[in-house]
Design a protein around this ligand. Structure first.
Ligand code: NDP
Length: 240
């Protein structure tokens, strides 16, 4: 018997891939979404439906969720993990990078949530886990547009928690500091990227994604009447 279905967006690398491996090892069926299908399939997890979906395409997300529910039953948890961190200065950052982050880090979180929430409310059960960031609590140099998206994730998570608490649905915010993943690689400004890499090294390195996956599993695996509202975790050497 597999445990109930968990949907993970951005499961092709980093935190999402580590979480997919861990929750699979804990016995869950999974729907894994990302644009790189080969990376999802390389995970080679049992009872895991892998779909090539750009999560900013709300119809494609909803269709994949319907397909997974047809196979494994209702979604018990949604992990809104897919995200992009395109660092830059507002004075000269390409504006399309703001659009990409807002569409992915903010709007896609709302749309994926909408795809599962009515069912959770009807069933009086379910968990939405949003991966925000320490950059959803405080500012950092060259992070203006990114912190805007992550402050939004924090605010939306907490407000959604209030909205659905009466229906027995839990909303959890996970806020990691720097994690060793592909996230930084998409920043287009080479100087900013190098400075960030030096900052990480000076802090003694970033967290392993497995540590974040374990925090996610800890929050999820509490009894249904317990909501871990937020977990903030970072490498000990990360001062800011
Ligand atoms: P990665 O870059 O390793 O992973 C990002 C994931 O998002 C990939 O699986 C990528 O898959 C997916 N993704 C990106 N764009 C899309 C899209 N349009 N549609 C579907 N999937 C998409 O980074 P992390 O694991 O670090 O990031 C995961 C989350 O953690 C993000 O929300 C990030 O903001 C947050 N976070 C990360 C921190 C860090 O220091 N690494 C710190 C704090 C928070 P693909 O390219 O195949 O589509």
């Amino acid at each position: 018997m597999t445990k109930p279905l968990v949907v993970i967006t951005g499961a092709s690398s980093g935190i999402g891939a580590a979480t997919a491996r861990l929750l699979s090892a804990h016995g869950h069926s999974l729907l894994l979404l990302a644009r790189r299908l080969d990376k999802l399939e390389e995970l080679s997890l049992p009872d895991a439906l892998c779909r090539k979906v750009d999560v900013t395409d709300r119809a494609a997300v909803a269709a994949a969720i319907r397909e997974a529910e047809g196979r494994y039953g209702p979604v018990d948890a949604l992990i809104n993990n897919a995200g992009a961190m395109l660092l830059g200065r507002i004075v000269d950052q390409p504006e399309d990078e703001w659009d990409r982050m807002i569409d992915l880090n903010v709007k896609a979180v709302l749309h994926a949530t909408r795809a599962v929430l009515p069912g959770m409310v009807d069933r009086r059960a379910g968990t939405v886990i949003n991966i925000s960031s320490v950059a959803g609590r405080k500012t950092f140099p060259n992070h203006t547009a990114y912190v805007g998206t992550k402050f939004a994730v924090h605010a939306m998570s907490e407000n959604l928690r209030e909205e659905v608490a009466p229906y027995g649905v839990r909303v959890v915010t996970i806020a990691p500091g720097a994690v060793e993943t592909e996230l930084l690689s998409h920043t287009s400004d080479e100087q900013i990227k190098n400075d960030y890499a030096e900052w990480k090294a000076a802090a003694g390195g970033a967290l392993d994604p497995q540590v974040v996956a374990e925090a996610i599993a800890y929050a999820y695996e509490q009894p249904p009447n317990v909501t871990i509202r937020e977990i903030v975790l970072a490498a000990t050497g990360q001062e800011s």
